[in-house]
Design a protein around this ligand. Sequence first.
Ligand SMILES: [Zn+2]
Length: 461
Amino acid sequence: MLTLQFLGAAGTVTGSRFLLTVDNQKVLIDCGLFQGGKELKERNWNPFPVNPKEIQGVFVTHAHLDHTGYLPKLVELGFKGKIFATPSTVDLMEILLRDSAHLQEEEAAYHNRGKFCCPHARPLYTLQEAEQALYQTKAVPYGESFNFGNIKAEFIPSGHILGSAFIRLTVPQNGNEVSFLFTGDMGRYHSPILKDPFPVRKADYLLVESTYGDRIHEKITRIEAILPAVQECLALSGCLLIPAFTVGRTQEILYTLREMLDQKKIPQIPVYVDSPMAIDVTHLYAEYHQEHDMDMEKLEKEGHSPFRFPGLQYVRTTRESKSLNHLKGPLIIISANGMCTGGRIMHHLANRLPDPTTILLFVGYQGSGTRGRELLEGAKNITIFHEKIEVNARIKQADNFSAHGDYPEILQWISGFEKAPLKTFLVHGEPESTSALKGHIYEKFPEWKVEIAQDMQSVEL
Ligand SMILES: [Zn+2]
């Protein structure tokens, strides 16, 4: 028996969890949280569709919480198996899962203080459960084929974030071998710091993400994308506020700012990275030399680092963070989280959005139902900490910082296949982009059999 079931990230971009059943062996590929608006977040509280005690292992494509953030809950529900990921993914998971547990605990405590609603709130999981999940995690380097029961597995660099991988699983079936390739999140070609997505030549079954299946990223450089916002910030003597994911996006922004400074496109101005987690993640990005691309290698050989330049300051404590509130521009604050659903960015938004000299620059995907999406769509007021905040800031977007390939990049990667897989399933996208990607694949590869994965659908293979 060989079945694949989509337990999340079908018709939506979060909650990646795919269940592969090979005879009596059940494994998950990714085990993510649903993130975004209230309705999605509530799905994390639904009973898990399979008994976690029956799951023997989890293979993790990368550390983002929409791919790993449910692991502590799975452990709480009785999962005792092993969790496999690349070494840098494991390091990132240590930061992200602990932080996620901390946020869950904090949120529950906030509700229990009782002013607004729901006394007796419980966290989705605790720090102890996150620690247990980390304890069950085992690091396996890229390119090393390893066995888990009947399943042979391998991680292949996917260029999305540090440690991100395509996962190839090969399973025995009626005397033959059947191979699966899970893309996780598809990286970009020619993005700074990390190597490009590695080509894959074949797979019997392919799962492809489709976040940007309907889009072409702007064909401008990263410098061109953010230079106007920095210039505006200088002209207004204002604050350029950049909500950025701590993993990947923050480091790419720093890389680009350093380039602009080196090329004398901008003068030295104060840049604050206000996120303890982003600081820890940036250290990891610097540490994992083997994942760096050639430009990054060259930079380091010359004794430079994109993560250290004049004017750059890392802000760790809450006291330091609060002191940024009183600073007059021009200045740049990079803070988390990237979709403005929580974290220190919320304080900066509350403080700076009413000010017309503020420029709010989005550099990543804004999921539906998030404050980021609301602001991007032109909301004149938003609610933060139960207070109505007037929006007078200028709202901008630099689309090409996305860590997800657009559809031409997905097609470029797909063209590396020597022959069409038996079937390709499209996952991890909002319905319009997933169906657009299906159309684009058919157009270029008419012989491919492509199906859009449906939530909870189980496919016998
Ligand atoms: Zn991701």
